[in-house]
Design a protein around this ligand. Structure first.
Ligand code: HEC
Length: 362
């Protein structure tokens, strides 16, 4: 028997395969999104810091850092297509309802991304030359880029709360739909994760022969990890209703690995990139991603179950008629409409009646 999505359309492959595809493709997408976003935010912060302290000697390295944005961005965007497509097939009803409700903000992602990518490119190019132009491009570009996760987290927060769809449809954005505190913490948690991964990435790949940079990136990593612990705890409290064993277990693994990273940062030489992080950070990422997915599944499952139950009830109610309907259909297929009697019986008699007195069954 085929499996169905929540719009009663047969799924091309089983739900489990789609879930696995979604998890893997979204994980890859998110990884590069966070690296890209983190790189952009760090690049802007370091540029502003050097600008304020009139420290032009720092800007070439900052420019080098911002230039890695291009490759990360390309991968983030390309890898975003797969989860978007899988989501549409797996959760058609919830996904299309929410993107429809979010319509303007959802479409705003297109100009926002175009603006962000062009301006951040310009920011990277002007960084060492024209400080004023770099400032304008950097602020606007990174600002536009940081708006995109706000839209995505808002749309997903609404998608996971079907009871709020009518509220949102009637009143639009408000503290109720999507719930403001959850949305804010979820958004900040994404920004924090971007800083964590961005700082870790550049600690490993951009600090060759740059011990002072390594020290500074370790500080960014340290503080953004601490911020993530606080924000994550707050975020977890906003989704109390979806707590279950697997969710809490995977998040606990993530927290433990995070504490491990903090410990390693404490214990290792201050100017190096500790190799242990290459094992611990992927654990943090995978555990948090699993926790996130389990929370989303828990939120979407009741709606999906209701849809499947409704479909099954309807299929059961129609079952007694299906044999007769199939026979009638087969008969229709065999009928040759090449004479008046047949045409009249098939096309006119339902209204006009077999004797033409207007007493047909219709
Ligand atoms: C959906 C129902 C329906 C079907 C199917 C239908 N008819 Fe009719 N037909 C009507 C109705 C209702 C009238 C009367 C319209 C009026 O008086 O304004 C009518 C009027 C007519 C009239 C005019 C009769 C008169 O005395 O003025 C003719 C002729 C006619 N239909 C022929 C046909 C033929 C031939 C077919 C099949 C090819 C056909 N109809 C299929 C509903 C139907």
């Amino acid at each position: 028997m085929p499996q169905w999505n929540d719009l009663f359309l047969a799924l091309p492959v089983s739900e489990n395969v789609l879930d696995a595809l979604l998890f893997i493709s979204f994980g890859l997408h998110l990884l590069f999104v966070l690296l890209m976003l983190g790189t952009a935010m760090l690049g802007l912060a370091l540029f502003l810091h050097a600008l304020l302290h009139n420290n032009t000697a720092q800007q070439p390295w900052n420019s080098h850092l911002v230039h890695s944005h291009l490759g990360l961005k390309s991968l983030a965007v390309v890898l975003g297509v797969a989860p978007l497509l899988v989501m549409q097939v797996r959760y058609s009803y919830a996904f299309f309802t929410t993107t429809g409700l979010f319509s303007y903000s959802w479409l705003a992602i297109i100009p926002l991304l175009i603006l962000a990518f062009l301006l951040i490119d310009a920011f990277g190019h002007k960084l060492t030359g024209n400080a004023l132009l770099a400032f304008v491009c950097g602020m606007l570009g990174v600002g536009a880029l940081m708006t995109v996760p706000a839209v995505f987290t808002g749309a997903l927060a609404l998608m996971e709360r079907p009871q709020l769809w009518p509220v949102f449809a009637a009143a639009g954005f408000g503290p109720q739909a999507p719930p403001a505190l959850h949305w804010l913490l979820r958004y900040l948690h994404v920004l924090g994760a971007a800083l964590v991964l961005g700082a870790a990435f550049h600690l490993f790949f951009s600090t060759k022969d740059q011990p002072r940079k390594a020290l500074m990136l370790r500080r960014w990593l340290w503080w953004s990890l601490l911020a993530q612990l606080v924000l994550g705890l707050g975020l977890l409290l906003t989704v109390r209703t979806s707590w279950n064993g697997p969710v809490l277990t995977s998040l606990a693994v993530g927290v433990l690995a995070t504490l491990g990273v903090l410990l390693v940062l404490r214990r290792t030489g201050r100017r190096t990139a500790p190799p242990a992080l290459l094992a611990l950070l992927p654990v943090v990422f995978a555990a948090m991603l699993t926790g996130r997915q389990l929370l989303q599944d828990a939120a979407l499952a009741p709606m999906h179950d209701t849809a499947v139950a409704a479909r099954e009830a309807r299929a059961a109610a129609l079952a007694p008629f299906s044999q007769k309907a199939l026979e009638n259909f087969a008969l229709k297929l065999r009928t040759v409409y090449d004479n008046g009697d047949t045409i009249y019986d098939g096309a006119c008699a339902p209204c006009h009646g077999l004797d033409g007195r207007g007493q047909g069954p219709e």
